[in-house]
Design a protein around this ligand. Sequence first.
Ligand SMILES: C[S@@+](CC[C@H](N)C(=O)[O-])C[C@H]1O[C@@H](n2cnc3c(N)ncnc32)[C@H](O)[C@@H]1O
Length: 348
Amino acid sequence: MDEAKLQAFMGQLVGDMGGAAMMANVLLGDELGLYKAMADGQAVSPEQLAERTGCHPRLVREWLNAQAASGYVEHAGGRFRLPEEQALALAVEDSPVYVAGGAVVLASMFLDKDKIAAAMRGDGALSWADHHPCLFSGTERFFRPGYRANLVASWLPAMDGVVPRLEQGAKVADIGCGHGASTIVMAQAYPKSRFHGFDFHAPSIEQAQRRAAAAGVDGQVQFATAGAQDFPGADYDLVCFFDCLHDMGDPVGAARRAHAALKPGGKVLLVEPFANDELDDNLNPVGRLFYAASTCICTPNSLSQDVGLGLGAQAGERRLRHVFMEAGFSGFRRATETPFNLVLEATR
Ligand SMILES: C[S@@+](CC[C@H](N)C(=O)[O-])C[C@H]1O[C@@H](n2cnc3c(N)ncnc32)[C@H](O)[C@@H]1O
């Protein structure tokens, strides 16, 4: 036993436990409006923040102490300040780096721990619909900033010939669309195009319909409950899968259905969590986050469906290419990437 290695590992674990405890505190800050009340970058006393948010001053002080110990806020002379960079991540919902929604997804993993343990002891299956509802809202809030920042600005332009079609008026399917965040971003950018969002989770589709109405794009967007292997419609110019293909039991069946539903020369936009092909190349902070979430959410969902391929959230480009080649697509390439996403293009 190497004492120094033990000490180093204990140090790592204390950091990880502090991080996990802080995610509960991030949830509190998000829900109670504590970060938003500090978003002006001015230093506040705990009493001032308590007054602004209608919260108990002693608990607000303790919360601020934890935030300061984590480097989330700065402390000087009993006053606390949320720096602009931290505000972008924790207080500004429209910012491209807003992550508070991610804490809600993490909360679902704790809330569903008993169900996940039962799946691990049993057949591995836990369907999306059987999770705590905070998973559905958390997923929307976690992914939406990335779609707003990247989808129109860089992902669609990185595809071959797709933007001109969208500008002229294209027919688009968004499969596994959840609350429709990606569908609505595209509809707002391309008013001449028509968008069809499908998801097998009926409550998510109902929420997507409400979101489209609130965004004023409900004339241009239709949402319907449908599985990826049998979604309706034909002659699509573009079929999209945003962070959902690896969640499906039968990704090849979903890709085959997309192939059949596309016009000749039509494209699939496949957005998946960033991953390299080999496990050893994913042993990094992003891989750690995605493997952990995949254990609790993505892989059990896949195992709950027909075929139950269990791709996992770190499938990587090589396995994803194989799915689309097996489904009959003529081309497959990496259009672009971010530190968190692979953006892949399949051509019918
Ligand atoms: C991680 S969420 C992503 C949701 C949405 N695309 C987004 O980016 O916000 C995965 C979604 O895939 C959906 N899904 C999983 N398996 C499916 C299937 N076989 N057919 C249709 N939707 C499915 C789930 O209901 C869930 O909404």
